[in-house]
Design a protein around this ligand. Sequence first.
Ligand SMILES: *Cc1c(COP(=O)(O)O)cnc(C)c1O
Length: 379
Amino acid sequence: MVDLGGQYQGIKDQVNSSISNILESSTFINGPEVHAFQKELEEYLDIKHVIPCANGTDALQICMMGLDLKPGDEVITADFTFAATVEVIGLLQLTPVLVDVEPDTFNIDIKAIEKAITPKTRAIVPVHLFGQCANMDAIMDLAHKYDLYVIEDNAQGIGAKYTFNDGTKKMSGTIGHVASTSFFPSKNLGCYGDGGAIFTNDDDLAHTIRGIVNHGMYKRYHHDVVGVNSRLDSIQAAVLRAKLPNLDKYNTKRREAAQKYSKAFEGQEHITIPKTVNGCEGICDTCDCHVFHQYTLKITNGKRDALVQHLNDNGVPCGVYYPIPLHNQKAYLDERYNEADFPVTNELVKEVISLPMHTELDDEQIDYITSMIIDFINK
Ligand SMILES: *Cc1c(COP(=O)(O)O)cnc(C)c1O
């Protein structure tokens, strides 16, 4: 699914020399590499504050702690995503409110959000799933209308740009009140272990969060709030510093691979190619609205599971993200949920399949994968 070894070859000298400098200087935690990476990412995103932390799940949790959400507060998020989003809501004893997604973009459904808002709702967590932003114009309008916070889960969307209805653009993760991201190795900007970060333009919130990530300390050994221990280490920061200047190039390579996949599948009756909606239509090759963390097809003739088996048997990696709706996961069952409210997610879990997607895919691999799929689906 990913080829991190191939990507490493392109940054090997820089990564190796930075890591050996860190080993020589023994500045493993909060060293100069972490500070430099923070500044460089702030500049790349055009945002005032980046707060590095230990992973993307912590980042989400810390965003919610920073906003001072309290037990019983309702937080609306998508039913079709990775469990981390709903997990931290549960850990903080907030009330998760899962809602359905859109069939073409897989992103959170705006009408379903508005329907789920109650007087207890405090925040919306849109997930920019598979690398394309949720409908942030509509989400920010709802947040304004109902006085809610917006926490962008940008673990899959780093480097994507969102085009507002008025034509202006912003980087994903810089639109809501606060955002989280993950530097897990297979993410679009991945380190060689765990890592994450929080972004915000709000000076007070940034200050609060800087204390939370460090045991609630704003002055050494003075603990003003209950915090956590969540740090990015210097070695991971050094890897990220080597990759960040290449991120746009990496994302372009992903987009080019996606475009080749989509060309090959065009016109196939039982295969729906991913739709890019923000800033462009159809197959996207000229803009940066989608960074294809995953390239995800819908197989609409009931052969998805058989296709997964066929690809596995023939040594072609693939993944099903995600096979079970969150509202049906044992940990998150809740009698308030009604199956009729999740028609899209319930369908997607049966239809989606994600293909290998990374910066090192070549034409031969893409041809091999696409012809195997087309042959099998039409058999
Ligand atoms: C990867 C991911 C996370 C969690 O990130 P970790 O660094 O693995 O903790 C959260 N949300 C989404 C949507 C993700 O894809």
